[in-house]
Design a protein around this ligand. Sequence first.
Ligand SMILES: NC(=O)C1=CN([C@@H]2O[C@H](COP(=O)(O)OP(=O)(O)OC[C@H]3O[C@@H](n4cnc5c(N)ncnc54)[C@H](O)[C@@H]3O)[C@@H](O)[C@H]2O)[C@@H](O)CC1
Ligand SMILES: Nc1ncnc2c1ncn2[C@@H]1O[C@H](COP(=O)(O)OP(=O)(O)O)[C@@H](O)[C@H]1O
Ligand SMILES: [K+]
Length: 501
Amino acid sequence: MFQPPSPIYPVAGIRTIEARVAPLAQPSLMERAGRAAAEEAVRLTQDRAGQVLIVCGPGNNGGDGLVMARRLLQAGRAVTVAFAEDPRTLPPDAKAAFTAWRAAGGETVSDFPGAPANGWALVVDALFGIGLRRPVEGRYARWIDTMNAQQAPRLAIDIPSGLDADTGAILGTVFQATATLTFIALKPGLLTLDGPDCAGTVHVHRLDIDPAAWVSPPGFEIRPAMMREFLQPRRQNTHKGSYGDVGIIGGAPGMTGAALLAGRAALKLGSGRVYVGLVDDHALPVDNTQPELMLKRPEQVLEQASVLALGPGLGTSAAALALLERAVRSDRPLLLDADALNLLAETPHLKAQVAAREAPTVLTPHPGEAGRLLGIGTAVVQADRVASALELSTRFRADVVIKGGGSVLATTTGQWFINTTGHPGMASAGMGDVLTGLIASLLAQGWPARSALLAAVHLHGAAADRLAREGIGPIGLTASEVAEAARGVFNGWIVKAARGR
Ligand SMILES: NC(=O)C1=CN([C@@H]2O[C@H](COP(=O)(O)OP(=O)(O)OC[C@H]3O[C@@H](n4cnc5c(N)ncnc54)[C@H](O)[C@@H]3O)[C@@H](O)[C@H]2O)[C@@H](O)CC1
Ligand SMILES: Nc1ncnc2c1ncn2[C@@H]1O[C@H](COP(=O)(O)OP(=O)(O)O)[C@@H](O)[C@H]1O
Ligand SMILES: [K+]
């Protein structure tokens, strides 16, 4: 069976849920969070005797740490709590947690303690959670660096301190967790930009709340279960005309491979026919490695394909722009990638035409291309990947993915998604071209644009993950290998979906 999709809430959503639930919650949410954290600590230290170090900060994240400390102490564990604030300045729940900790016989140290001779069994970061507001500096920056230097498993409570829960940006310095126990729901910052490098293995503890019952989830982690209705075995009574004609247009001189990679990926995911229109007049008339591809003039492809994908190796020549102009005016589903996006960014009247299209449009920029489309720098895009994807989707009335670790998707329905498959071995030339081919293939097979985009992005990463598990990569993985593996993963999904019905 497929796992159900997990909702993702930015800080504002979590705060609203907390405000609605907290007045009714018995035991309090902080008691539940601290107890869950203590249980997680017991699991993580099953085969590690010795002391647990819990480093507590000035807010409710520190309060969670103090409840956790009390629970562990009561369970007979040796605990050291580092806490440098005046307890009278704590928010009410955290103050109560401090009082209960002292009443249970617990003590705190206000300087970072030296490690016991055999090291800490576990180092717990309860410094800052979703209330982090500015870069960490001074004492707490030094404490984070010291925690990171310990030879022990490192557990972050709710979110690694120093990570922006909404964006995944590092604010000053960041706790390097081996595991993160996050409360109520996932936060975007755990899944994109620097989040995955800092959070380790992420577990969600819902604190016995169903967040969706209180606030409708604004975002989701992508899971194959979302695509179940389209993951159907094929009917016997079908033929190649039933599975669409993908048209890939690109491959300017020196960049033929990009268009061929996209074409091969489309073929391996099951399109009936794949046409490749190479902009290079001197290109070979056949792909000898994949002779099933039909190499044609780009103008022919524009006429014959049922779905158009422009961009892989397209270049930015006048001829490329003319092809893009025609494709945008077509009444077929259209995917724009790479140089098609760069041309679009420079051509104001085309932007308006894309937004006015009746057929679906899919845009697949990496952060640099997204910046050009929005007229802002790459750093501004990366500073808030979710907001940037939503803005692109609204401006172009398109389904959009901003690629890169923790790809962020925004759809014309106003929803957003984060993809968690894939790995840095995919940071190699041609990977984006394969993604283009996968999306175009599903579009040609009749999938709605939103589902085609979600499925292909997830599949692309899942294929790379499977290869890495089999010892192919992660480093040195090639785009062609991913296209090949995507076929196997996709057929596996169809079998799984049929079993679950
Ligand atoms: N509010 C609730 O109902 C619940 C909150 N919980 C915990 O509470 C956390 C949120 O608590 P808070 O809102 O108190 O926020 P935090 O505990 O994350 O931090 C806020 C405190 O840190 C200070 N601060 C922020 N950035 C700083 C910086 N760079 N340097 C120094 N000080 C800085 C703030 O002035 C404030 O005192 C969650 O992450 C979670 O761990 C859980 O107990 C579950 C329930
Ligand atoms: N660190 C990473 N983790 C996960 N996926 C990645 C990572 N780096 C790159 N990718 C994926 O590989 C693909 C690269 O696409 P792109 O940047 O357009 O490259 P290309 O030059 O191959 O067109 C995207 O789908 C991207 O999300
Ligand atoms: K934390």
